[in-house]
Each structure stands twice: as C-alpha cells, then as structure tokens.
Design a protein around this ligand. Structure first.
Ligand code: GTP
Ligand code: SPV
Ligand code: MN
Length: 594
C-alpha cells in the first residue's frame, strides 16, 4: 500500500483530481492502492476484523471469504442507472437520462462529506492486456474496502495501469457506499467527460466501476466514435481433435450462460475437444488490418453466478472457486463451507445468505443472484491468447438468452444484416442479476439493453456499419439452451452438451454441416448434430429444432412495435430485413436473400 503519491510517479492531472474529489467527499485518509499481495491481504484482514468478510473453512477453501451484503443491495439497479448527456435523444428510450451538468451537480451535492470517518482508496486499473493498443486505464476512488479487493481481482491494479496512461488520460470513477439508501442510489455515467459517479450501492455491477460502467457503458460510446465494439460477450477458443483452435464470441443477457459456456467441459462423447476461456462477460472487438474482428477481454477475473453451479454440470467452475475467492450472499454450512441451491444435497444445518438459521422449504438459502469473485489466472483452461495484445480472431458471433418457447436450439443468419436483426430482436426472460421481476420477457438487443451508453438505434447502425468496412465478417448465429417442453422442463441438457451446438456452428463456418433453410435462417438437420452420446428421443430433437411459423409471425409483430418505440433513428436496413423475414414466413418458397 502506498500512502504518498510521490512514491508512485503520479501524473499531475490525476493528483489534482484525487485532491479535488477528496475535498468534496472529505475522507479521513487517502490510500493509493498498488495491487500487491500484501496490500490485498491487509485489506482482507481489515474486513475480517470488522465483520465485512467471514473467513471460510481454510482447509477446504483456502484464502476464501464470504461477504453478506445489505439485503436491499443484491443486484444491479437499472432504474437508478443514468446516462448523463447534453440531450435526451443521445441516450434513447432504453436508458434513463439526466442532463449532464445538472446530474454532475446533483451527485456532487450528494457526495459532499460522504466519506467522513472513512478511508478513500485510489485504485488505478488497467482494462485489457498489458501492452495492448486496445487497453484502457481507469481510476476508481471508493470508500469501500470490499470494492477495493474485488477490483484487485477483476482488473490489473497498480503500476501497470499508471504506466499505460497516455497524456494523463483515464476514465474517472467515484464511488461511495454512502448509507446504502435505495432512495438516493445513483449510478451515473457521463460519456462526454469519461466520468462515472456511483452512490449508495456496494453491489458488483453498480460499484466495481471498471465492469459494466467503464468497460461497457462508457466504452460503448468510445467504440461508436472510434469504430470498434464494446460488447456483453464471452470469448472462447474451441479446439477440435485436429488441434485447430477457432475463436467465437457469445452475447447472452445477464445470468444466461456466458460463464458456463466459457468454462465448458466437453462431454465424454466428444473426445479430443477442448474449450479455452478468453473472457466470460465482456469483449472489446476491433477490426484488424485484414478486416477481421479481433477480441480482447478487458477484465482479469470472474464475477459470476453461484446458484446451480455444481460438480456435475460445471466441474471447472467448482474447481476454480476452491481457493482465493470472495463469495457474496451465498449460504454457509456449519463447517464454514459455502453452499447454494443447485450445488447438491444441502447440509443438515445452514445459515442463509443473511446469516439466519435456514430451514428447508423456507425460501432460498443463497440469494438467487449470489456470486463469486475469482482471478481468471487461476482458471486451468485459460487460453494462452488471453494476454495477446492483439486479441483473438473471431469466426462466429452467437446471440442467446433464456427463451422457453419459440427460438430453436440453434440457427444461422443469412447475412450480416439479418444477423444484426437477430441480435436486435433478442427478447428473453429477465433474471435475478437486476432488481425487478424475474422470468418476464423483454427486449434485450445484443444482450446490451442495460449496458449500451447511447441510443440503441444508433448502436444498431454502428453494427451495420461494419458491412462496408470488412470482407471477412464473422457469421452470426442464435442459440437457445432454455427451450421447454409442455411439461415445463428444459428440452436440452445444456452445459457440457452445448459443445454439440458449438461444433455445428464451427462446421457451418467451414461449410461442412447440413442445414435446412427455414424462413428464420439455417437450422440443423438432426443428422448434422452429433447427438449420439446424449440419448435424446427423436421427438425432443424435433421440438428443439422446430420453427413455428405462426409464433414467429407474432414475434415479428412485437418486434415491429418495439422498433417503433426507438424512433426515427431506427435503421431502414433493419426495417427491410424485418419485412423480408415476414415475407419468407408468409411464403416459405422465397429465397433467403429476397
Ligand atoms: P452474468 O455474469 O450475469 O453476465 O451471467 P452469465 O451469462 O455469465 O451466466 P452464467 O453462466 O453465470 O449462468 C447463469 C445461470 O444459468 C447459472 O445458474 C447456470 O447454472 C445457468 N446455466 C448456464 N448454462 C446453462 C445451460 O446450458 N442450461 C441450463 N439449464 N442452465 C444454464
Ligand atoms: C451482469 O449482470 O451481467 C453481470 C453482473 O455480469 S454485474 O457485474 O453485477 O453487472
Ligand atoms: Mn454480465
């Protein structure tokens, strides 16, 4: 830990900003974080002493801790999230808006004296590989020790960040736990000022400002202006038995399977296959000089969902969280090991996520959005390309989400424009990752609805703009592992078996797999999927791949209405694509490119 910035070679603009924020928030002291192990351990010590962290069973879970949050602060709060710009039209109807100057003044008033009696931590962080032209520096100022240690897991903190700083430029983040008052909770973004101000929440996506606030909301605006993409996407390298590795990205909304796909363990019947993780949540994608999409992971850790993770479906995640991990809002067994629903049989006695004795049948023991934070470097199947400053070349982009009806297991778009429509039409079930009703269908275009820092219609235009900039764009697919039968059970076993779907996608990219041309896109023939190891009845496979024309016509009507709400900026090309889709459904003999 560094107490005097002089030791650190701090640039003047940074020093002046920290002093200015300190004058407003009035902390008792300022600590400059260097990201060292000693610093990490000393912060952990502080928090075990004051009860912020509970030490877990150190034999079974070495260097692991449990944090119980305030029960009013367990997920992202979209209604408290604002994009602050000059004009309301800048942010479109899917974002909350405040005028930039007014918003900043309001937040500054609320921040006045909010750190009295506390320490302010200065956290310089680097997003992306060291030495990458695509990496970015941010500085988060926070009065939360919990945020400081989580930032040290999720990003590269310290000298490496300061060394990356160019011309004293960085994204500024100010965070205070405040009083955790939900009525005065604000997560405000000022893309024009590269500034984030967050107050009265200590929850991951609201408080670890590097993550959704910087790497998606602020970065998406920079990406639009500079011609690249900041996306809510996993990145994986899929290695086939012949040793070739193909990289794909996948955009699925919150709590819809990105981490699980990134850490997929191939099933027994797919010997010789490997899945290498590059990212489980965010991808920054740039066009290289040959016009290929190249993706980097801006993050350095996983902040991922605990419930339903177990040794059968996700052994690689289970193994990774066995050490050096911070669990938040999971249940605690009497032997001080963590537990959550879907982990396996529950121990005889448990404390629930709020520290109360739990009895089976009385609600969930772990919060449905309980999570763990762990360093990506301790994941055994981390791709060696994770540190490649140029990123990995992307062959396919996959959209997905929770959809119990309508959407087949997998289908392929006819073109880039049709693929962009697929992403724009993404309408999926909400999850516990954000406050609000769970399981209701809503439009979440490209899984970016809560994270796009500007007008979503302009964002579609930005996606479409890549058509004229490249001859070698990735193919676009959509998958759905959550389709249900009449009995309300998932038709598809998911998890490791999702590799069957990934293999079909790779085969399609190489022109090697058969497909049926349907009005919505290319759908696999049952024979083109490697289903031999799975024992699924033929009728289930049929249901999984079914394209119900009437239901799709209804979906088109709803998309039409949604797109209408996006106003004038909604691109003509997508109106045309939607009409073409409707015409193909009305008249299936029409060619896809009609
Ligand atoms: P965020 O971190 O919120 O962005 O979520 P994510 O997209 O990384 O989701 P994650 O992989 O953590 O999965 C969320 C939940 O979905 C977990 O409870 C998983 O067990 C469950 N899940 C993931 N993949 C599958 C699947 O293929 N089938 C089924 N049925 N459930 C899945
Ligand atoms: C999500 O909600 O998509 C997450 C968790 O990845 S958070 O960082 O809290 O947004
Ligand atoms: Mn996410």
């Amino acid at each position: 830990m560094i107490h005097t910035p002089q030791d650190y070679g701090i640039e003047r603009p940074l020093l002046e900003w920290v002093v200015a924020v300190g004058k407003i928030t009035k902390p008792d002291g300022i600590v400059w974080c260097d990201g060292s192990d000693e610093e990490f351990q000393s912060l952990i010590k502080l928090m075990t002493a004051d009860g912020t962290l509970i030490k877990l069973n150190q034999e079974k879970y070495p260097n692991c801790y449990l944090h119980r949050s305030n029960p009013n602060d367990v997920a992202r709060t979209e209604e408290a999230t604002f994009i602050c710009t000059k004009n309301r039209e800048d942010v479109g109807p899917t974002n909350n808006w405040m005028p930039s100057d007014e918003g900043e003044a309001k937040l500054l008033r609320l921040f006045d004296g909010c750190m009295i009696g506390r320490t302010m931590y200065v956290i310089p962080y680097l997003l992306g590989p060291a030495g990458s032209p695509y990496s970015q520096v941010g500085i988060e100022l926070t009065d939360s020790c919990y945020v400081a240690v989580n930032m040290e897991i999720m990003t590269k903190v310290g000298k490496v960040a300061l060394e990356h700083m160019k011309d004293g430029e960085f994204v500024k983040g100010i965070h205070s736990t405040g009083q955790l008052d939900p009525d005065r909770r604000y997560i405000c973004h000022f893309p024009d000022k590269k500034l984030i101000m967050s107050l009265n929440s200590n929850y991951g996506g609201n408080a670890l400002l590097s993550k959704k606030c910087h790497a998606l909301r602020i970065a998406s605006v920079m990406a639009r202006d500079q011609g690249w993409l900041a996306e809510h996407m996993l990145i994986i390298g899929i290695e086939g038995p012949d040793g070739t590795v193909t990289y794909v990205t996948g955009a699925f909304p919150s709590a819809s399977g990105k981490t699980n796909l990134a850490m997929l363990k191939p099933p027994e019947y797919m010997k010789g296959w490997k899945v290498w993780a590059v990212s489980d949540d965010i991808a920054w994608i740039h066009l290289d000089s040959e016009g290929r999409f190249r993706a980097i992971n801006p993050e350095s850790g996983f902040f991922a969902v605990a419930p339903n993770t177990n040794v059968k479906t996700n052994p690689r995640i289970m193994e990774t969280v066995k050490k050096n991990t911070i669990f938040t809002n999971v249940a605690l067994a009497m032997d001080r090991t963590p537990w959550w629903e879907g982990m396996g049989d529950h121990p005889r006695k448990l404390w629930d996520w709020q520290g109360r004795i739990w009895t089976a049948g009385k609600g969930s023991a772990a919060h449905p959005n309980s999570r763990f934070t762990t360093s990506i470097n301790q994941y055994r199947l981390l791709s060696t390309e994770y540190t490649n400053p140029n990123g990995v070349p992307i062959t396919a982009i996959i959209f997905g989400g929770r959809r119990s009806d309508l959407v087949p297991l997998v289908h392929e778009s006819f073109s880039w424009e049709h693929g962009v429509l697929m992403g724009a039409m993404l309408r999926v079930e909400t999850t516990a990752a954000a406050v609000g009703e769970v399981g209701v269908l809503r439009y979440d275009p490209m899984a970016m609805r809560p994270f796009c820092g500007y007008h979503i219609a302009d964002y579609f235009r930005h996606w479409l703009s890549f058509r004229s900039r490249s001859e070698s764009l990735p193919k676009i697919f959509q998958i759905n592992a959550f389709r249900m039968g009449q009995d309300g059970r998932y038709l598809w076993p998911g998890y490791g078996h999702n590799l069957v779907v990934l293999k079909w996608i790779l085969d399609r990219c190489r022109g090697r797999a058969d497909a049926v041309e349907t009005p919505i896109g290319y759908v696999p023939t049952p024979d083109s999927l490697n289903l031999t190891g799975m024992n699924l009845p033929g009728s289930t496979i049929e249901e999984l791949l079914q394209v119900n024309k009437r239901a799709w016509m209804n979906e088109i009507e709803l998309s039409w209405l949604f797109f209408k709400t996006l106003g004038e900026q909604f691109p003509d090309i997508l109106w045309q694509e939607l009409s073409k889709l409707r015409d193909r459904l009305r008249n299936p003999s029409l060619a896809p490119h009609n």
